[in-house]
Design a protein around this ligand. Structure first.
Ligand SMILES: *Cc1c(COP(=O)(O)O)cnc(C)c1O
Length: 398
């Protein structure tokens, strides 16, 4: 049994079936990373040498020429955009976010300018760059991308995520081709992607991953790609990167997580996740107003989730009220709810400790049976639910 610090801190012992969420503590950090971080903390080390070691390991895993550990993927976006503006010009690095005569425009598809918890476009603007959006949210074309590129363009950002508009967008290969024809470097936000090689193999100049998502590292980001651009990203530590710095423990921790990734038994993990999905499908089978479907990850990561659709008339409860009830009480279960107004949520098995899938099944049974027994249909109008959620944001710390 894991030594659980949460009761000591007065925190709820939540079970996370929503995936890798910053607001819930990201992911279960792998034991090798925890151990390495613990061993690093009492020691002094030359941080630029440590970054060199991390660079070599990142290069090995990604196929890039070099790599740099940042505070987060979000920081990686800001710093790699800065790198594309300043190069290794140290005076320009100290001058940001004033961009002066530097090229300072970053093109991105309108359908990619989403929120991952904060706006992607703000991560670009933090560097001092201006965002030039291409096309419309639900349609973008190569000719629009070509027309958006000018002599002011410093970089192009392409976002890979379940959040982006997933139809009628310029395909990645076309995006890279159009940008490279015009000498514009392409940065990929691949925060949540498993495949550490795909984007560089397909011609991207820089790719950015989160260290604390599937890798199971500490809170961190990884920038990989061309040596010149990675160096210029690293050099931002002398400027705007200072406030986004990582400590020795994060660099060491993400290195250990990367090393563990090399030998991770992905088949065994998929098997365990499949067992959880099977359990939940069985639990929810033949329940009135409940429909389930195992769905693949929208960006093709090797991960399936269970989509649970709720008919409030038959189930006597709406999807969002059910999600709220599951998240309350002594055994709070937090589901993946980003599409909840469509009447469904997802159960994501990738961040569970052994046995927690059974607790999830019990809680689903408990809440669905309670709702069915009641003669009243619990269905908060979605507009009210939405505004309550918005109001709750501002209540912190009370
Ligand atoms: C999670 C995420 C981010 C932010 O990553 P952090 O490492 O938490 O800063 C950025 N972009 C996308 C697409 C994400 O999914």
């Amino acid at each position: 049994m894991i030594d659980d610090i949460r009761p000591e801190l007065g925190l709820r012992q939540i079970i996370n079936v929503s995936g890798t969420m910053t607001a819930l503590g990201a992911s279960i950090v792998v034991p090798d990373a925890i151990n390495a971080m613990q061993r690093s903390l009492p020691q002094f080390m030359e941080i630029s040498d440590l970054h060199k070691r991390a660079s070599a390991l990142i290069a090995e895993l990604t196929g890039g020429e070099a790599g740099f550990v940042t505070a987060s993927c979000a920081a990686g976006i800001t710093l790699s955009v800065a790198a594309c503006m300043t190069g290794d010009n140290l005076a320009a690095i100290e001058q940001l976010p004033e961009t002066g005569t530097l090229k300072n425009e970053v093109v991105a598809l309108s359908g990619h300018l989403v929120s991952f918890g904060a706006p992607i476009d703000q991560m670009i603007r933090l560097s001092g760059a201006k965002v030039v959006s291409v096309g419309q949210a639900t349609a973008s074309h190569a000719y629009q991308l070509a027309a958006a590129i000018t002599e002011r363009t410093a970089a192009a950002l392409y976002v890979v995520s379940h959040h982006v508009v997933d139809y009628a967008q310029v395909p990645l290969s076309t995006f890279i081709h159009v940008c490279h024809e015009r000498g514009v470097p392409v940065i990929i936000d691949a925060a949540s992607e498993y495949d550490l090689r795909y984007f560089l193999d397909h011609g991207a100049d820089l790719v950015i991953y989160s260290g604390h998502k599937f890798l199971g590292g500490p809170t961190s980001g990884i920038v990989a790609g061309s040596k010149n651009l990675v160096r210029s990203t690293y050099l931002q530590n002398r400027g705007i990167g200072r406030g986004m710095k990582v400590g020795k423990e994060s660099i060491v921790g993400v290195m250990a997580a990367l090393a563990a990734w090399k030998t991770r038994d992905h088949n065994a993990i998929r098997k365990r996740e499949q067992d959880s999905l099977d359990l939940w499908v069985n639990t929810l089978k033949d329940r009135p107003g409940v429909r389930t479907e195992v769905v693949p990850d929208p960006t093709c990561n090797p991960l399936d989730r269970l989509k649970v659709s709720i008919d409030p008339i038959l189930a006597h409860i709406s999807a969002w009220d059910l999600a709220r009830k599951l998240a309350s009480g002594d055994m709070p279960v937090i589901v993946r709810d980003h599409e909840i107004e469509h009447g469904h949520f997802f159960l994501d098995p990738c961040n569970l400790h052994p046995g927690q899938d059974e607790v999830v099944a019990e809680r689903l049974t408990e809440e669905l049976e309670r709702a069915r027994k009641s003669n009243e249909v619990v269905a908060t109008p979605i507009a009210d639910w939405w505004m309550e959620r918005e109001a709750a944001i501002r209540h912190w710390p009370d």
